[in-house]
Design a protein around this ligand. Sequence first.
Ligand code: KG4
Ligand code: ZN
Length: 342
Amino acid sequence: MNSYPVTQGLILGIETSCDETAVAVVRDGHHALSSVISSQQVHSKFGGVVPELAGREHEKQILPVVREALTIAGLNMISPNLEAIAVTMGPGLSGALMVGVAAAKALSIAWNVPLVGVNHLEGHLFAVRLEDDPIEYPAVMLLVSGGHTMLVLVSAPGRYRIIGQSLDDAAGEAFDKVARFLGLGYPGGPEIEKEAQFGDPKAIRFPRALRDGSFNFSFSGLKTAVVTYARKNPNVEVSDIAASFQAAVVDILVEKTIKAAVENGAKSVALAGGVAANTILRKRMVEGAHKHQLAACIPAKINCTDNGAMIAAAGAWRLENFGPSDLSLGAYPSMALEEFAE
Ligand code: KG4
Ligand code: ZN
């Protein structure tokens, strides 16, 4: 690995892979001086993100959000004196990613600072570095978002092995689809969580799929089971269905993460991605970890859903270890998390 000298250590992180225009200033790869997240409201009436609208909204928001993040961090827009600009280059929606990448490249030339392209999934895994307590490696990280459900064995920053993943829907996608079916809003995760507070998680026993000893997940059968049950039982409270569905998802996520950590000799477990903002999942993961003498790193909710601070944190590490990206950097909608062969 190259070693790139990091002197001032102020990194601007730009994230536009989906429906959040998010920008942060992070010092030393760990301390967020600002983190501004502008969530697009335009999609809620469609019950899901409309890619074309996402790109157009990012285009309107990107520079005002950059300005706000710099201002909160005490920097100005003319010469902010940054170490680098980190930007999400993929995976995500093509038109959405392109807005962030184009803005980052233009600002990199205007301010004469290096550019660092960051993988969005690696960004989520770096959210743990924004916490005060350092994470103990090796760690098993559960990355649960709208597009991904993965168990990643992290032996050190940047050294990843995917040991399990969803064979069909991502956990967040299941939350969104079930919420839409139940007539709740978008994004579905927070709506289901709100509704579930009034329900009984034991009211309906929904299936816990793939209890086969593997670390893979499957959520499409659960979604179908919820739909079938709700159609057959129109008088059952929506809150009971939401609570029982949430319990089924959390049960399987926690069970497999802890088992993966124990079987792989990990010292800690960690949560990452939008679904990691779920209160029940956070609580149950900590309880499960402590039962097995594992440390649990649960990032602040604001750092679990898409944000610029995690991109800056990953960018700081990438810059130090691999140097800057070229100005020909593009957007890579289907980029995978690069596994590191031991
Ligand atoms: O990581 P993220 O912000 O964007 C992606 O990269 O996908 O994750 C968004 C996903 C959505 O599916 C949303 O419903 C889910 O995270 N989510 C939640 C909660 N907050 C967001 N799921 C369950 N409970 C929550 N509190
Ligand atoms: Zn994400």
